[in-house]
Ligand binder design. Structure first.
Ligand code: ADP
Ligand code: GLC
Length: 475
């Protein structure tokens, strides 16, 4: 089976969040199940040149804006399978991956180029697996192509939602020159007075998935469907939630090259060294007996920063250190700066995207990992935390609800703590509960071990995707 996995970001090339982790891991895991999976993503100029030494494919003829744009594509094996990086300097050599007025144009080009590439290589995919709105154009274009392009006649599509709030909206006038100006395609794009690349893909794909069963239910409700719940309810027989996995080649405290001392569920001694190392890195007082609560996330409302802001004073009154790594909205960056300035020995911050090493050092050195998300399609850091013996406190939403089980001291079961109402007081209560058990070393070890021994590997997850691929190939 041949699968072309399309994504706007993938580890180790380019990353702003969890989509990159998924795109870097799932195709590799599919290979282990005898599937010929490739990754296609844009070639951003931030990508390290070391990753791009494998091969150059010149002059791929991409149909674009009524003509042919010859396009260079680089091939790399750095993600454990072949990755193809589409080169278009005018679109992708910019300081950020997203956030431009012409994002729809940039990713529409990427989508067309991905389809042109497979054809140029005479590599006929059984499945095109698109992820989030930037790949929505490819899914929509493929459905149209099946009508006239025999190369793509047998190809089927799976579209995965990683975050339904990002809808790829743009001025519907642009549909004309993008080639989707006529009905019914035009109507498929229309959402809330604009065009949406996400909505068109949700209609065009042969099957749909999202990244946890709980989120699959949530997006079918008007509260969390962002205007698309009706469509997902209508397509529910072709829509499934599959929880993401963890790439233990990258996130494993026994082998992690980024952390001060390696450790394991059997021998946690090294975690104390990692904690001291982390306190030192953030210029905090070297008091390893005090708990460290940490967060790593994009600084957006989704991640629950409003609750943290409300609870900030009370969190410090518990006596804990707080460490935050995040990039995003200025209002949250300013909050973090003020919080740090008010207690520089107790609150450590890093504003910006730090890359992998610091994220690993925080996972290894912290005691508690906070994810008080307003909503969370899957969430990866709670699963990474568990493997590093760092106990998650999460809000019971989406994938966080599916992956975190409240600690039950009577039965010794559970791998973390979760709260339900989206309020600062519910968050604080859970923090106090977790800190109570932090003070009982035996119970704490139990929670840590329960989390560290869970197997969330991609291999089992890849099998579930494979089943869907096989099923839709029959359509
Ligand atoms: P989301 O995809 O919504 O951002 P996830 O929990 O799925 O959330 O994944 C976030 C990923 O991005 C994790 O690998 C996390 O370590 C990483 N990450 C987030 N913010 C930063 C940052 N500022 N610096 C480094 N890594 C970050
Ligand atoms: C999105 C979601 C996150 C999920 C990630 C990978 O960015 O916000 O919850 O883990 O995609 O699927």
């Amino acid at each position: 089976m041949r699968v072309a996995f399309l994504s706007s970001e993938a580890v180790p090339f380019a990353k702003t969040g969890g989509l990159a982790d998924v795109a870097g891991a799932l195709p590799k895991a599919l290979r282990e199940h005898a599937t010929d999976a490739i990754i296609i993503l844009p070639h951003y100029d931030q990508i390290e040149p070391d990753f791009l030494t494998d091969k150059v494919i010149d002059r791929v003829p991409v149909e674009w804006r009524g003509g042919i744009r010859p396009t260079r594509v680089r091939q790399s094996e750095a993600a454990g399978t072949s990755a193809y990086l589409i080169e278009a300097p005018e679109y992708f050599w910019r300081s950020s991956i997203y956030g431009y007025g012409d994002d729809h144009e940039r990713f529409a080009f990427f989508s067309s180029a991905a389809l042109a590439l497979c054809k140029h290589l005479a590599w006929q995919p059984d499945i095109i697996h698109g992820n989030d709105w930037p790949c929505g154009f490819a899914i929509t274009e493929l459905r149209a192509r099946r009508r006239y392009d025999t190369f793509y006649g047998p190809t089927r599509t799976l579209f995965s939602i990683h975050n339904i709030a990002y809808q790829g909206s743009f001025d519907a006038q642009d549909l004309w020159w993008l080639g989707f100006g006529d009905s019914p395609e035009r109507d498929d794009f229309m959402l809330k007075g604009s065009a949406s690349a996400l909505k068109a893909a949700l209609i065009a794909a042969d099957a749909l998935s999202t990244v946890s069963p709980r989120y699959a239910d949530e997006v079918q409700t008007p509260e969390q469907g962002y205007g698309l719940d009706w469509l997902l309810r209508k397509r529910r027989d072709r829509f499934v939630g599959i929880t993401n996995g963890v790439d233990y080649d990258i996130w494993n405290p026994e082998t992690d090259p980024h952390i001060a001392v390696n450790f394991s569920a059997e021998d946690l001694a090294g975690k104390r060294d990692c904690k001291l190392d982390l306190l030192r890195r953030f210029g905090l007082t070297p008091q390893p007996e005090r708990p460290i609560i940490a967060i790593i996330s994009r600084l957006v409302a989704q991640k629950g920063y409003d609750l943290i802001r409300q609870a900030a004073g009370a969190i410090l009154e518990t006596g804990a250190f707080f460490i935050a790594l995040g990039a995003g909205a200025k209002e949250y960056e300013d909050f973090l700066q003020r919080w740090h300035d008010s207690a520089p020995q107790r609150v450590g911050i890093y504003k910006g995207y730090a890359g992998e090493p610091l994220a690993h050092q925080i996972e290894a050195g912290a005691d508690i990992f906070l994810m008080p998300s307003l909503y969370e399609p899957c969430g990866l850091n709670q699963m990474y935390s568990m493997r590093y013996g760092t106990v998650p406190i999460v809000r019971a939403t989406g994938g966080l609800d599916d992956t975190v089980e409240n600690f039950d001291p009577e039965r010794g079961k559970g791998n973390g703590f979760k709260f339900y109402p989206y309020t600062a007081s519910a968050l604080l209560e859970k923090i106090r509960e977790a800190l109570y058990f932090y003070g009982k070393p035996e119970a704490w070890r139990r929670i840590q071990r329960n989390g560290m021994t869970i197997d969330n590997s991609w291999s089992a997850v890849a099998k579930k995707y494979l089943e869907i691929y096989k099923e839709i190939s029959k359509f």
